[in-house]
Design a protein around this ligand. Sequence first.
Ligand code: CAA
Length: 388
Amino acid sequence: MSVGIDEISFYTPNYYLDLRTLAKAKNIEVEKYYNGIGQEKMSMPGHDEDIVTMAANAAKPIIDHTDTSSIRTLLFATETGVDQSKSAGVYAHRLLGLSPNCRVVELKQACYSATAAIQMACALVARQPEQKVLVLASDIARYDLGSPGEATQGCGAVAMVVSAKPRLVEIDPDVGNFAEDVMDFWRPNYRSNALVDGKYSTKVYLHSLKKAWENFVHSSSLAFTNFSHFCYHLPFSRMAEKAHRHLSRINNSTLNLEAMTRQFEDSLHYNRVIGNSYTASIYISLVSLLENCKHDLEGKKIGFFSYGSGCVSEFFSGTVVSGYDKFLHTLGHQKMLAEREEVDYETYLALYHYPEYTDGEAHSFEAMTKGHFRLAGVNGHKREYVSC
Ligand code: CAA
C-alpha cells in the first residue's frame, strides 16, 4: 500500500526585508547575497506571530476542507520551541479545531525533525490506513545582528497531511541515515539566537550528504540516475547547488551543468524569497518544485536530503503521483508572497527586537499579522492565541 504526502500548504508572514537593503546598510555588495548565498529576501514575523500562528496559518487552507476526525495524530516539528514542556502542537490543535481524540507531540533535532515526523507518520498510516497524520513544521531563523548568518534569516511553516494512497507524493520505505555529535549550529536554552560555525556547518552538511547517500544506496535499489529532481534542506539557496554538485561528483554523473541545474532549480523559488525556515525549508522546496516545474512530474522520482545540525541527516525518495497538480495551493501561495510588505532597515530592526514579556505581567501585542491566527499577548506567562 502506498503512503505519503496527500496535501501540502505553506505560510510565511507578511513582512520581508530585501537583502539589497541589508547589503546597503552593511556596505556589502548585493551580489554576495543575491548570487553568493542565493537569497533575495527574508521573511520577518510581526510581534504577534510565532511558530504556532505560522503553523496554524499553513494548515488552515487544508483543514478548511478536511474531515478533521480523520486526523488522529499531529506531529509538530520545530527548532524554535516556545515552551520547554508543552508541545506547540497543542496550541495549533485548538486553533485548528482538531478532534480531542488526537495524539499531539513536538519533535526536535534542529532542521531535521520534520523528516522524522514524515517517516513516523508514514509508519502510523501503514499500520492503520484509515487514519491521517497532520505534520506541521514551523521555524523562525534568527542569528545575531552583524554575524555572517544574519543574511540567512527567514521564517515560515509548512503543513502536510500524510495518508494512504496520497494524491501528491508517495514516500518510499528505504532511507539512508547519518548522525554524528558535532557543534556546527546549536542554540542553548538561554539563547533566542542560534550559534553557528558557518563555514564548518556547510562542510558538515556536505559530509553528511555523502554518508547518508552511501547508507541509502546500501538499502535501496535506486541509483542516482533514477532521480529526475532533488529537494535539499535549504539554509540558503546556494547550498542546493553545492550539495547537488557534490552528490553528482560522488556518483560520477555525466550531466552537463545546465542539465544538473535543472534537477534542483525549480525547488528554490520560494526559499529564495522567504529565507531559512529550518524544519520547513526542505518541504517548502518540495512545494516550489511541484508548483513551479513546467514539466509534468507524474511518475518522477524525487530525491530528498534532510539535514539538521548537530547533526542528523537523511536521504530518502518519493514518487510524484498522477494528477498531483490538481491538489496544489499554487494561487494561494503566490498571492501570499506577492502581497507581502517590504520593510526598511529601521523597521527590520524594530521587528527583530521582540518586546519584553518574560516578567509574568500582562502584555498585549500590536495586531500586525494578516494571517488568520495571532499571538494576542502573554499574561501570567501564558501565551494567548486568537483567531482573527
Ligand atoms: N559577488 C558574488 N559572490 C560573492 C561576492 C560578490 N560580491 N562576495 C562573496 N561572494 C560569495 C563567496 O565567494 C561565497 O561563495 P562560495 O561559497 O562559492 O565560496 C559566498 O558568497 C558566501 O560568502 P563568504 O564565503 O564570504 O561567506 P560568509 O562569511 O558570508 O558566510 C555562511 C556564509 C557561512 C553561509 C553564513 O551565512 C552563515 O553562517 N549562515 C548560517 C549557517 C548556515 O546556514 N549553514 C548552512 C549549513 S548548516 C544547516 O544547513 C542548518 C541550518 O539550517 C542552519
